[in-house]
Design a protein around this ligand. Structure first.
Ligand SMILES: [Zn+2]
Length: 295
C-alpha cells in the first residue's frame, strides 16, 4: 500500500506461485486484502516480462511458464474491485526512482537493474520511455562481447551474459578450478559460489575476488557506455542485488564508462537505487494512481 507521495504504508511479501496465473491472482487478492486501507483506489503491478499494457495482457514471463496472453488486469480488477494497471517491472522501478527515489528532480535518468539478469527503464526528458509495444530500454540483451557464454535468452554476446550477478558467480566458479585456495571458496563454504561470495571475499582483500570484481566492473561500465550513447542520461541509477556492493565496483565502472564514451559525451553520475527492492512497488503504484481518470 503506497501513499500519494510514494511512501510505503504497508507491505507483505510472498514467493510467487509456480502453479500458473490463476494461483497468482489468488495470491494477489490475499495480499491486497492484508494491506488495504480505506481510500485505496488502484493497483499497479510490475510484471517481470513482456506485456501489452493497453490490452492489460501478459505476453511472456521467461521465469514462469503458462502466462502467455493472460488477462491480468481484468482478473485482478475483478478479484479486488480496484482499477488495475500493469507495467514491465524494470520500467516500474525506473519510474519509482524517478518520482520518489534517487532520480527525483532529474529529467534524464537511466535505471539499470543488475542481478540475476540485467534490465532497464529509461526516463528521457522527464518521461518514461516506452516505445512501440512498450519494449524500449531492454538493455540486457544488447550485444557487447564475442565471448561464448550463453545468455538466458539462448544467444551469446549479450551484456547480461557477462555482466549480471549470475555471470559473476559463474566466472568465480570457473576461476576457482585453478585457484581453489581463494577466500571465495572459504566464504561460500558448502554453498554454491555466487556473486555475493565474491563481494564478501573482495571486502577481505582476496586477490582473485578483486580481479573478478575489476573485470566485472569493466563489463558493466562498457555496457553503460552503450546506455549513455543511446539515451544520454545525467544520472544512472543502479538497482538489483549488485547495487548492494556498488562501493567495490564504482571506481572501475566509472573508468570504463569514461573510456567507452565518444568525445563530447559527459559520463552520467552513477548512484545506487534509493528505494532498493521497493522501486518497482512504488513506481507501479504511482503509475496506477496517475492513470485514474480524476488523478
Ligand atoms: Zn540475451
Amino acid at each position: 500500500m503506497v501513499d500519494a507521495e510514494g511512501g510505503i504504508v504497508a507491505m507483505r511479501r510472498v514467493a510467487t506461485s509456480g502453479d500458473g496465473p490463476e494461483a497468482v491472482v489468488a495470491q494477489i487478492g490475499a495480499l491486497v486484502a492484508a494491506v488495504r486501507r480505506p481510500g485505496a483506489a488502484a493497483i499497479g503491478i510490475g510484471v517481470p516480462g513482456a506485456i501489452d499494457a493497453a490490452a492489460g495482457l501478459v505476453l511472456n514471463i521467461p521465469a514462469l511458464p503458462g502466462w502467455g496472453g493472460f488477462p491480468l488486469v481484468e482478473q485482478v480488477g475483478r478479484s479486488t474491485g480496484l482499477s488495475a494497471l500493469i507495467e514491465n517491472d524494470a520500467k516500474a522501478a525506473a519510474l519509482g526512482e524517478f518520482r520518489a527515489g534517487a532520480g527525483r528532480g532529474v529529467q534524464n535518468v537511466a535505471y539499470v537493474t543488475i542481478g540475476t539478469g540485467i534490465g532497464g527503464g529509461m526516463i528521457v526528458d522527464g518521461r518514461l520511455l516506452r516505445g512501440a509495444g512498450g519494449l524500449a530500454g531492454e538493455v540486457g540483451h544488447t550485444h557487447v562481447t564475442d565471448s561464448p557464454e550463453i545468455c538466458a535468452c539462448g544467444r551469446t554476446g549479450c551484456w547480461q551474459a557477462v555482466a549480471s550477478g549470475t555471470a559473476l558467480g559463474r566466472d568465480a566458479r570457473n576461476a576457482l578450478g585453478t585457484r581453489p585456495d581463494s577466500e571465495i571458496a572459504r566464504v561460500a563454504g558448502d554453498a554454491p559460489v555466487t556473486a555475493v561470495h565474491v563481494a564478501a571475499a573482495g571486502r577481505l582483500g582476496d586477490p582473485l575476488a578483486r580481479e573478478l570484481l575489476r573485470r566485472f566492473a569493466q563489463l558493466i561500465g562498457m555496457g553503460l557506455a552503450n546506455v549513455q550513447h543511446c539515451y544520454s542520461p545525467e544520472l544512472i541509477v543502479l538497482g538489483g542485488g549488485v547495487s548492494m556492493f556498488l562501493d567495490l565496483l564504482q571506481a572501475d565502472i566509472e573508468a570504463a564508462l569514461r573510456a567507452g564514451l565518444l568525445p563530447g559525451f559527459r559520463p552520467a553520475r552513477i548512484v545506487p537505487a534509493a528505494l532498493g527492492d521497493d522501486s518497482g512497488i512504488v513506481g507501479a503504484a504511482m503509475l496506477a494512481r496517475e492513470a485514474l481518470p480524476n488523478a
